[in-house]
Design a protein around this ligand. Sequence first.
Ligand SMILES: *Cc1c(COP(=O)(O)O)cnc(C)c1O
Length: 619
Amino acid sequence: MYGINNWGAGYFSVSDSGEVIVHPHANGTGVSLRKIVDGLIDRGLNMPVLLRFSDILDSRIKQLHESFAQAIAQFEYKGHYRGVYPIKVNQQQQVLEEIAEFGARYRHGFEAGSKAELIAAVSFMKNSEAYLVCNGYKDAEFVDLGLLARKMGIQSVFVVESPSELELIIERSKALEIEPIIGVRLKLSTQASGHWNHSGGERSVFGLNPSQVCDLVDRLREAEMLDCLQLLHYHVGSQIPNIRGIREAVVEACRVYTGLVHEGAPMGILDLGGGLAVDYDGSHADTATSRNYGLDEYCAAIIENMVSTLNEAEIPHPDIITESGRAIVAYYSVLLFNILDESRFEIQELPKQLGDDANELLVNLMEVVRVLETKNAQECYHDAFYYRDEIHQRFKHGTMTLRERAMAGEIFWHIVTRISKLTKEMEFVPDELQKLPSMLADIYYGNFSLFQSLPDVWAIDQLFPIMPIHRLEEKPSREVVLADITCDCDGKVDRFVGQYTTSDTLPLHNLTDEEYYLGVFLVGAYQETLGDLHNLLGDTNVATVEVGRDGHLRYTREIEGDSVADVLSYVEYDPKRVIRSIRKQAEEAVRTDSITARDRRRIMEAFENGMRGYTYFER
Ligand SMILES: *Cc1c(COP(=O)(O)O)cnc(C)c1O
């Protein structure tokens, strides 16, 4: 029903007892998410919680390197594969620490796009054979930091993103007397489809076109630094859905690489950027939320095209870097939250009879109710809107009462919900009626903020798989849309991953006395740092879980989410001053005898506790 076997990639499945099972080592031992939640609640960590599975990071890095190793062996490629992790995809300290640890055996490095990311990366660079790729706009300080890292024995590479940057690198390296490793970012003419295609192609804001690349070679030769030019880089965009785009880009880059070798640059490294896509909806299709290839095919396509293009030109095989971020971290995190409440759209009970003196428009609306059937549903739909709008007008002009307006609303919704149900019996559903069932779907309110935890759903209509983590042996009886607890009407999810298609509603179970938990999956990439403080709902609690190969569960790390005081301080309040100001008001109320001194104590205790509390709904 939820397509978990399509998008789960071996990390998620459903048990016979109807619970979602996580297999952090992919297809190995698993543990029930419901059990993990119980363990967290027992320890006092409340929903919403972001769960991280360290072992999944380990497994992703391993899969990436093993796939490349296999393709390298198959096509007799002579260079090495070296991955780097682009920090912007998830900058959390824990993520870098774990990638550094799990990546060490493969010499996995980092890609930094700013000074802050560079400094974070340097603190984790432990291997002199791993690369530190410096992208992004660089000032003198950024360049100096990269050069000093080089001096410490780190293989830091400056990727020149714009012509002006080169002068700065030449100047600073002469000043500090440190020889840089220089790379150049190429603007490819190849454009991939998908959400982020505009980050590649000739109109891309980053990178040098072929004539600027030639200027760069001339300038380096003039400065007697051509031997520093060792790397060619491109990044077509994130989430490239089609393998053809990947093949075309790599072939074009190999031709430019060949040209640079012929120009006399030493070269030796080709950096293909990110773009390895995640199959969010499990459809394995060439669409923005999926991809039409797998990891093995991705690696084979790259290596095969490099071998044939470079062998033809008799160019030695360079080391290959890729900057996969999304594909490494997406599976790593799961957002868990509980459902707080529901709002149902049911066919409203109607008054049997309107009074004799009832307004004529109300009488007309009731007449629509009486004649409504499948074959005149569309006409009735138009009539209902017409009368309702008329009634709204009269109400605004003061010629209808609040009671009449309320009654009109009830009759109107009765008609529309009945039409929505009738569409199920229609052989042909007119366009304007097709959206009715989802417009009138019940709403379940989830204890989370879309803006904090799933910002891409709001910003770019990203799809994430969402499903209950328990009761899966029981057939869901409801079709709902999800709302969060911000008071923003954009704080909703109304597109979902199903088994074969996406749909506007999510099948869920009836709410009972027992807490009902949903999981949002594949949220490890980009969401945490892009998330914001809308309505001052802060960071969620975070828990890291490890599952031993014997199935033994360990809660290895807990990070308490933001308190109210935390989020207030982010928007420039001083929590102590806020409390002082409230205390002053309370004291004033004591002075004027509106409360007692004891009341003041109770009030202050409540506000002080509130300051320390979680920003989300607490039971
Ligand atoms: C964002 C970015 C990446 C990461 O791309 P993914 O699709 O997440 O792998 C890699 N390289 C550069 C230069 C980027 O800007």
